[in-house]
Design a binder for this molecule. Structure first.
Ligand code: CWD
Length: 898
């Protein structure tokens, strides 16, 4: 009965195999076993790699594949599939293993000498030899242990969902057991990752007050996503929680939503998307249809897909090496498109007794162990146990308002190097995945030169240089395109531009160039003589100078008496005095000049009189001043000379007044307390300072100009210190200090910030010096000349100008200073001229009061038809001599009335 069942199984297996390998035409068949639930990315990567290899048919090696999707935890099914595939003839296996299926897979491999390349980590934790099994996925237990030590965690909870996870807990525990201070580890298995709320809540309840460190070690991409969904749901995404993900693909998760709760999430990234290999792979990958190729069609490749691609390449290289060593090696392996084994056996049957091992198995396995190449997952090489060796991965973290940000690197040789403690040597050579090494460009975050891009709405993390934007990013693109090199932007570690530390070393970007950490510095790095001694600078790509930034004073609106403002108080006083002097002079001159006296024939007799009484003289001068004239004109030469001079004076004064008036009525003016460096140097009320470290401070420290020397002395003795750590801090200080702090900074940044909200800063005075920003390279670098040439070209074709317009002025947040205000200027409002209405109204009121006083108090009203009493009294002739002029004038008026 049993024999019959086995026979039926065999028939089913063989038929199944034949149906799946219908396309086999003497190609090298590779068997594959994937988990039916979780391995979609690995399968896509594998299929894509096989098909693109077949398209290229390199060195006569063409792959075909047969793959099965089974429940990887079901040993019987796994064993059956392996048997079927071997019976059909496969050169090696690629696939998944689990703790439960690992021993059976290993025993098949060992028995039949069938290489099995696993992309799982089951079986990597113990030190037992695993012949014929190769592990393409690098282990991250050591990296985790190093991170835990680096973070100084003394307590942690380990959450896992598989037997593999359990093995890793044990392994990690063993690695941390001697760590001081002791690491207290608790572990918990999650049975259902889709509903882990209770598990998480229990963790939350049991957390120590200050230690909330959790390691998530889950078996699939889907499981991580489920868990990451539930963490915020139970409120465990708040400040104080630190998660470490047991994944090699942290950038594949949408973690940006965790940037607001205060939680820290750290994990590893094996695939370096900046590497040339990955970039050229993505050229094809991103164009695939994601419906046909699940997981493809994007700008990044998942780690399992990348591992599959590397496995196919490893197989290719292993077989190629075998063929190179012995061109006839597979001569007797293929017959009629079928794989034959020892003794002309078709395939590698499981049930032959004695067992017939795969004739090329051992060779393929050892050849695989020897491969060494730069793949999508970095350096691909295996040690004698079949484990990945000499590999490296990046450590990324997401924290409050930050990330995913690279905080370090871990490699299997030197361990963890975080940005906090990493030595810098050799890090420029990181891009081992690139055949033509990318140049490391050190730079500094300083918008608009360089800023981090916002993560797109779809939450996909930005990778590599794509994380940055700004003038320097565009400039680097232009230069690299012209000089045909790849580059990688690295933020300068200490956030400094470069200062001589007086111990033979330099800080900042200059230091990184000198230490060989970077090959170029593309940043707002000022060319100075001191720096020119230790690095090479290109021709300047931007010119600027040190300038003064102050808080923009409030605008002064024209007041109701702004029509007085065209002239200063002194001038108004002089005009008033001139008016009085001229009026009195005319009066006196007219009094003494005989030509000003003339006869007046009245009905009651003749009289001689003089028009220029004192009041008439004042009235005459007033008439001229108001451009109205008066009834009286001097007759004497002396009077006319005074009159002429006065008219000329008035002509010029009124013209000048009119010319200035419009501006004073309409323009909103700013009274800036400081207009130049001299103003700053002369006062003590407003403090001023520069960036703590950089060429601006150096300029003041070394200057020979007395004003700047005085300024520097004032800066160094001032308390609190006027030096600031960053440009933003300086600008903030200007904004907050209510015009009591002036910031001395490079004009490019001054202009940029003046166009940023809240638009309350301004540049005053001319630049203090003339400098330029240059691209720096290590001394003697052959790039210097080429870069200088490229910079000049970019200047000449207007690219640099265009970039500056784009990053400075087109992105302005403050609008232009003209335009809008012009329209305001044209129309006067009542408030601008209210003063003259007040004067008119006051004139009217005063005149009415005066009139009333005149009528009721000072004089009697004249009787119509009668001469006034005093005229009758004086009979027919009046003697003028000795008579006060105002009486004569009154008399004449009276006469006219009659
Ligand atoms: N730097 C500076 O010294 N002052 C400034 O205002 C700005 Cl924006 C920058 C650094 C300088 N460019 C350097 O290279 O040291």
């Amino acid at each position: 009965m049993n024999a019959y069942r086995i026979l039926v199984w065999k028939v089913v297996f063989v038929l199944g195999y034949i149906s799946k390998t219908a396309g086999f035409k003497g190609q090298i068949p590779i068997g594959a076993i994937f988990d039916e639930y979780t391995d979609v990315f690995a399968r896509t990567g594998y299929q894509y790699a096989i098909s693109s290899h077949s398209e290229r048919v390199k060195e006569g090696i063409k792959f075909s594949t047969v793959y099965d999707e089974v429940d990887i935890h079901d040993n019987f099914k796994v064993a059956s599939r392996i048997c079927i595939q071997m019976a059909g003839g496969v050169f090696a296996f690629y696939g998944k293993t689990s703790m439960s299926s690992f021993s059976i897979i290993q025993s098949f491999s060992n028995t039949f000498h069938m290489p099995y390349i696993s992309f799982s980590l089951s079986g990597t934790t113990d030190t037992q030899p695993k012949p014929y099994v190769i592990f393409v996925k690098p282990s991250y237990v050591d990296a985790m242990a190093d991170l835990i030590k680096a973070f100084r965690w003394t307590q942690l909870d380990y959450l896992y969902d598989s037997d593999d996870g359990l093995m890793r807990v044990q392994n990690l525990h063993a690695k941390l057991k001697d760590v001081v201070p002791r690491v207290d580890m608790r572990f918990r298995r999650v049975d259902d990752v889709t509903d882990a709320h209770e598990d998480l809540r229990r963790l939350d309840r049991n957390q120590h007050q200050n230690c909330k460190n959790i390691i998530l070690d889950l078996s699939s991409y889907h499981a991580y996503n489920e868990m990451l969904r539930q963490i915020p749901e139970v409120g465990m995404n708040r400040n104080g929680y630190n998660y470490l993900l047991g994944t090699l693909d942290i950038l594949n998760f949408n973690l940006t939503r965790f940037r607001h709760g205060g939680v820290n999430i750290t994990g590893f990234q094996l695939v370096n998307h900046n590497s040339r290999t990955v970039q050229s792979f993505l050229d094809g990958w991103r164009n695939l249809s994601s419906t046909v190729w699940p997981g493809a069609g994007q700008d990044f490749v998942q780690v399992d897909a990348a591992l599959s691609v590397d496995v196919v390449e490893a197989l290719y290289q292993a077989l190629r090496d075998m063929i190179r060593r012995n061109t006839d090696v597979f001569n007797y392996t293929f017959r009629r498109r079928t794989v034959y084994n020892y003794n002309k056996t078709r395939g590698i049957p499981c049930d032959e007794r004695p067992v017939i091992p795969w004739m090329h198995g051992s060779d393929i396995y050892h050849s695989l162990q020897r491969v060494k190449f730069s793949g999508l997952t970095g350096n691909v090489a295996f040690d004698r146990r079949g484990l990945r060796t000499d590999y490296r991965m990046s450590v990324f973290t997401v924290s409050l308002n930050n990330g995913p940000q690279k905080i370090g690197e871990w490699d299997s040789i030197s361990g963890l190097r975080t940005i906090y403690d990493a030595g810098e040597q050799g890090s420029a050579n990181e891009s081992s995945t690139s055949t033509k090494r990318r140049k490391v460009v050190t730079t500094i975050l300083l918008p608009p030169f360089l800023a981090k891009k916002k993560t797109p709405d779809n939450g996909k993390p930005l990778l590599g240089n794509n994380r940055y934007e700004g003038f320097c990013r565009d400039l680097a693109d232009e230069i690299s395109e012209k000089l045909e090199f790849d580059y990688e932007i690295r933020e300068v570690r200490d956030g400094q531009f470069g200062e001589d530390l007086k111990n033979g070393s330099w800080s900042g970007m200059i230091g990184e160039l000198r230490r060989g950490v970077a090959e170029l510095a593309i940043a707002p790095l000022t060319i100075t003589a001191e720096r020119e001694r230790v690095v090479d600078f290109s021709k300047p790509f931007m010119n600027m100078g040190i300038s003064i930034m102050i808080k923009r004073p409030d605008k002064q609106k024209p007041g109701v008496f702004s029509f007085m403002e065209p002239f200063s108080i002194q001038l108004w006083a002089c005009i008033s005095i001139a008016y009085v002097v001229v009026s009195v002079s005319i009066f006196l001159v007219s009094r003494f000049s005989p030509y000003e006296w003339h006869n007046l024939t009245l009905t009651f007799g003749d009289m001689i009189h003089n028009q220029f009484t004192l009041s008439n003289s004042f009235w005459f001068s007033m008439g001229a001043l108001m451009l109205q004239g008066s009834d009286h004109c001097p007759r004497s030469a002396a009077g006319r000379i005074i009159g002429g001079a006065w008219w000329f004076f008035v002509l010029i004064i009124i013209s000048s007044y009119t010319a200035n008036l419009a501006a004073f009525l309409t323009i909103e003016r700013m009274l800036t307390p400081i207009k130049s460096a001299d103003d700053l140097a002369k006062q003590t009320e407003i403090s001023y300072g520069t960036l703590k470290s950089g060429s601006t401070r150096e300029f003041f420290a070394k200057t020979a100009v007395p004003t700047y020397r005085t300024m520097y002395n004032a800066m160094t003795t001032a308390t609190p210190s006027p030096f600031v750590d960053s440009i933003e801090a300086g600008v903030e200080r200007v904004r907050n200090f209510k015009a009591k702090y002036a910031f001395l900074l490079e004009s490019t940044m001054n202009e940029y910030y003046n166009n940023r909200k809240p638009c309350n800063t301004m540049k005053v005075g001319p630049n203090l010096n003339l400098k330029g920003f240059g691209i720096a390279t290590p001394l003697g670098s052959d790039l210097k000349e080429k870069i200088s040439y490229a910079v000049l070209k970019l200047k000449e074709d207007g690219t640099l100008h265009k970039l500056q317009q784009t990053w400075w002025y087109e992105k302005t947040e403050c609008g232009s200073d003209t335009g809008h205000r012009e329209s305001k200027k044209r129309s006067l409002s009542l408030s601008n001229v209210a003063g003259i209405f007040y004067i008119l109204i006051s004139g009217l009121v005063v005149s009415i009061v005066t009139g009333i006083i005149e009528i009721f108090c000072l004089k009697k009203r004249p009787i119509p038809g009668a001469a006034p009493d005093h005229i009758k009294r004086n009979d027919t002739r009046l003697t003028v001599v000795g008579t006060p002029p105002e009486q004569i004038n009154g008399l004449i008026n009276d006469v006219r009335i009659r």
